[in-house]
Design a protein around this ligand. Structure first.
Ligand code: F42
Length: 351
């Protein structure tokens, strides 16, 4: 099981860097930086992280093909891969419809946009020419000049030949898709190296796995090739009560309010209680909001608790097929303490 961590660059980059260094020391495999245009820029943040870390894998989690052309995203990722000596990945999702529409950006065919952008970036990051007549992207001619292909060596260190020339390949930059919906899961499972699923409960993964399997089978892929990632809301403390002292309930409130009824029903949540949360959030009543969050809502939408409770849930997710667990916001009441606690008590359990 890989263990990743998510940071939102709504704080100065120095702070994100400090936490990322702590995460690297604590043994995290991946750091994912969220992308919202109203926060600090994701690629600027990743540049600072790439230059000041040694081991941790890094990438946007997730950027989208509507704000930025996939050609530019591919170029940014190749640049970060060079700066970090081969540690870049890309997370690509549909983006937020409301935010994009507010900027006057059309959000048409989000599933096709994500799938086509992944193929587009796969070609460009591999140093290949790309041309497409897709539903969303009509590309006449694209190629990155900066990709350095290297000779591929066999087990004895000799170049593998392709005809009379040595076979050359660019360093691989894995591309992950952010996906929740059935169509998005199915179609991205046909092309992506990993799938970032914004969920914390095994019930959600049972359903997601069905769609991922369908997609992988359709493309003739082995599901083991896909890094199935739980992008989970998380809060750890010495006790469950302590873990709940920070923003965990507020994060859960946003998830409850943003989830379709079908998801709330899947978790047998009381609809009146959920509607109360929606109303309080709508009014901006953050004072009464925590009191409206039930234990059932927390259990459905976050991994919260002491070391043993968190380990138990991550193990349950591993059983249903999750191969990377991403510790997402709020992480804990105090981020630095939580990162150290995860490094001491959680990561060794899964390594
Ligand atoms: N969004 C951000 O803006 N910033 C972030 O940092 C971010 C991080 C993140 C991390 C993990 C993750 O899973 C999601 C994350 N997101 C972030 C959210 C992400 O950008 C997307 O909004 C979210 O993942 C989209 O959810 P979804 O997989 O459910 O896809 C949407 C488009 C959806 O509604 N899908 C449905 C489905 O079944 O998959 C409906 C599909 C649909 O619209 N179909 C149309 C049709 O006509 O049938 C279109 C068909 C076509 O060709 O596209």
């Amino acid at each position: 099981m890989r263990i990743g961590i998510e940071f939102v660059p709504d704080k100065p980059i120095e702070k994100i860097l400090k936490w990322t260094k702590l995460a690297e020391e604590a043994g995290f495999d991946n750091v994912w930086i969220t992308d919202h245009y109203n926060n600090r820029n994701v690629w600027a943040t990743l540049t600072a992280l790439a230059l000041n870390t040694e081991k941790i894998i890094l990438g946007p989690g997730v950027t989208n093909p509507f704000h930025i052309s996939p050609a530019l995203t591919a170029s940014a990722a190749v640049t970060i891969n060079e700066l970090s000596k081969g540690r870049a990945v890309i997370g690509m999702g549909a983006g937020d419809k409301v935010t994009l529409n507010a900027l006057g950006i059309k959000w048409d065919k989000p599933v096709s946009a994500v799938v086509e952008s992944i193929k587009y970036m796969q070609a460009l990051t591999a140093g290949d020419k790309y041309k497409a007549d897709g539903k969303v992207f009509k590309v006449k001619r694209a190629k990155l000049a900066i990709v350095k292909k290297k000779e591929v060596l066999d087990a004895n260190g000799k170049p593998i030949m392709k005809g009379d020339k040595p076979l050359k390949k660019a360093p691989k930059i894995p591309i992950y898709a952010g996906a929740q919906g059935p169509m998005m899961l199915n179609r991205t499972a046909q092309v992506a190296d990993g799938i970032l699923i914004n969920a914390s409960h095994p019930k959600d993964f049972d359903l997601a796995m069905e769609k991922i399997k369908e997609g992988a089978e359709k493309a003739g892929r082995d599901i083991k090739e896909i890094d199935i990632t739980a992008y989970a809301s998380f809060s750890i403390g010495e006790t469950r009560e302590k873990a709940l002292e920070g923003d965990a309930k507020i994060v859960v409130a946003f998830i409850v309010a943003g989830s379709p009824d079908v998801v709330l029903e899947r978790h047998d949540l009381d609809m009146d209680a959920c509607n109360k949360v929606r109303a309080l959030l709508g009014e901006g009543n953050f004072k009464d909001l925590p009191g409206a969050i039930t234990d059932e809502m927390i259990d459905a939408f976050a991994v919260v608790g002491n070391k043993d409770q968190c380990i138990k849930r991550i193990e349950e997710l591993e059983k249903v097929g999750v191969t990377q667990f991403v510790v997402g916001s709020p992480i804990g009441p105090k981020k630095s303490d939580a990162i150290k606690q995860i490094g001491k008590e959680i990561i060794p359990h899964f390594k």
